[in-house]
Design a binder for this molecule. Structure first.
Ligand code: ZN
Ligand code: ZN
Length: 505
């Protein structure tokens, strides 16, 4: 056997198995052999894993880059950050605006933004905000066949994005025929608007009250509603970024009834609580604090953790998320990396620019957090090494399942024929635990919501298609190495041909 790279003496983990003292032989970017004591090849590079865990490269299937209107990560900084945290493939969003009459130029535009910019492999989902007949009937088939995009995301909230139930059915009708997976951001838009209005009347506008405006019934109601729509249409959907117990229960119940309903959650809902949005609040009533003064940055720090759905109040919600990962309700854990700078008038400080309240208005705070670099290490350190989940479960939710669900056939496992995308961890005895600071990260954002959390390990090497792109804290890969991946259809169960009545789509 003839290799370019041999990784020796690892503890190789897949979604099903663990092999100790195992070597991995790689040729032309592909894994061609896995087993003990592989033969040496003259001229091949060798890496000694020293017995440490080797896991498949992370697949982060929920990443927002080049967000319009915000100071955020672009393809270069976002994917640089990804590889430094053991993620080797990102699925990012090409986002249709309501005004866009066609999604084809939208996809082309995102190709331009990503081309020669990415450090890791990448693919696209398309966000649908205006599902005209032309788009769902004529352009969806082109999206799948010509562009290799086999999933769409839709929103049930946010005025500029949201679809009515009628429009959701239009999307699902076409998605079913084409084998597309529909991702849904499920929150009840009217409850949020009504609550926001009434909280403002009571001057309850601090960052923390972003969460008050969205109690757990907001996502529970919308989750249940869209599961009903999917059942009518007999089509697979994924509920994205589930934050707590009540929505999790709806997903679990649907899965127990064998509907093709999939669930996603994110590290912020596993490791943070809503208290993080109180930071800096209630420090007196100094209305002279303007957004450009340091005092107000402190006062306003809760804005750093504003995302939707919000991080939940109660430890029991966090426990429900961990239980949902263990019992299989959550098929994937993604980052929902949707960052914007904190210390910038066009970032989180936007919330301070409306009215004269010293703590601003939460409704104007851009939603979203950075997390593409911390996702894999957080789950490994705070999940596997803390004894909450098995190494195999970690691989399943961070790599294997997202690859299968979104038709990335050569990603997500360590086996002959798969792309040689690997994370080699430190041997536990050689790793000095540390507390995270934002300076250690490689994104273009000036904070991390996970500041101060202790990490008991971190990727020592990240390898993409046989090339070391991150080693001992340094990004060694090049911008532009990452390739666009044309995806296949989902490899997980789809429509069942089970119907509510005589009607068939
Ligand atoms: Zn969302
Ligand atoms: Zn998102």
């Amino acid at each position: 056997m003839d290799f370019d790279l041999v990784v020796r003496n690892g503890t190789v983990v897949t979604a099903s198995d663990i092999w100790e003292s195992c070597d991995i032989g790689i040729k032309d970017g592909t894994i061609i052999a896995v087993g003990p004591r592989l033969p040496a090849t003259a001229g091949a590079q060798e890496i000694d894993a020293e017995g440490a865990f080797i896991t498949p490269g992370g697949v982060d299937s929920h990443v927002h880059l080049n967000r319009e209107n915000y100071v955020a990560d672009t393809y270069d900084t976002g994917t640089r950050s990804a590889v430094a945290g053991g993620t080797t493939t990102v699925i990012t969003f090409a986002s249709q605006m309501k005004k866009d009459a066609s999604i084809i130029p939208v996809i082309e535009n995102y190709h331009k933004l990503a081309k020669d910019q990415s450090y890791c492999d990448y693919a696209f989902h398309v966000i649908i905000t205006n599902p005209t007949p032309q788009i769902v009937e004529d352009e969806f088939p082109r999206m799948v066949d010509e562009y290799g995009i086999t999933s769409v995301k839709l929103y049930m909230t946010y005025k500029p994005m949201k679809l009515l139930d009628y429009q959701i059915l239009d999307v699902m009708y076409s998605a079913r025929k084409l084998g597309i997976t529909t991702m849904v951001h499920a929150e009840n838009a009217d409850i949020i608007d009504w609550m926001t209005q009434h909280l403002e009347q009571k001057l309850m506008t601090q960052p923390y009250h972003h969460g008050t405006s969205r109690p757990p019934i907001v996502e529970a109601e919308a989750t249940n509603r869209v599961i009903c729509l999917a059942e009518l249409m007999d089509t697979p959907i994924l509920l994205v970024h589930i934050p707590g117990g009540p929505a999790t229960k709806h997903i679990r119940d649907a899965q127990t009834r064998l509907l093709p309903i999939y669930g996603e959650t994110c590290p912020q809902y596993m490791f943070l609580l809503a208290d993080s949005m109180r930071k800096g609040d209630f420090e007196g009533d100094d209305s002279s604090a303007m957004f450009c003064q340091p005092l107000s940055y402190l006062r306003y720090a809760g804005a750093k953790c504003v995302c939707s759905p919000p991080i939940r109040e109660d430890k029991s919600d966090q426990d429900a998320i961990w239980a949902g990962i263990k019992n299989g309700t959550f098929n994937v854990v993604s980052s929902d990396h949707a960052p914007c700078k904190y210390n910038h008038p066009n970032g989180k400080q936007r919330g301070l620019q409306h009215g004269n309240l010293p703590y601003g208005k939460f409704r104007f705070i851009p939603n979203g957090l950075p997390g593409v670099e911390t996702r894999v290490p957080l789950l490994f350190s705070g999940g596997v090494l803390s004894g909450r989940i098995s190494p195999q479960k970690f691989v399943e939710v961070t790599s294997t399942n997202p690859a299968k669900l979104y038709g990335l056939k050569k990603k997500g496992s360590i086996a002959p024929g798969f792309d040689a995308d690997l994370v080699i961890w430190y041997p536990q005895t050689k790793f000095q635990p540390f507390k995270l600071t934002n300076e250690m990260l490689h994104h273009a954002i000036d904070y991390t919501p996970f500041e101060g959390i202790e990490f008991k390990n971190w990727p020592r090497y990240t390898i993409i298609r046989g090339k070391v792109v991150f080693s001992h804290g340094e990004v060694t890969g090049e911008m532009g190495y990452g390739q666009f991946i044309q995806r296949e259809k989902s490899l997980l169960p789809g429509p069942r041909d089970v119907w509510l009545n005589e009607w068939r789509p």
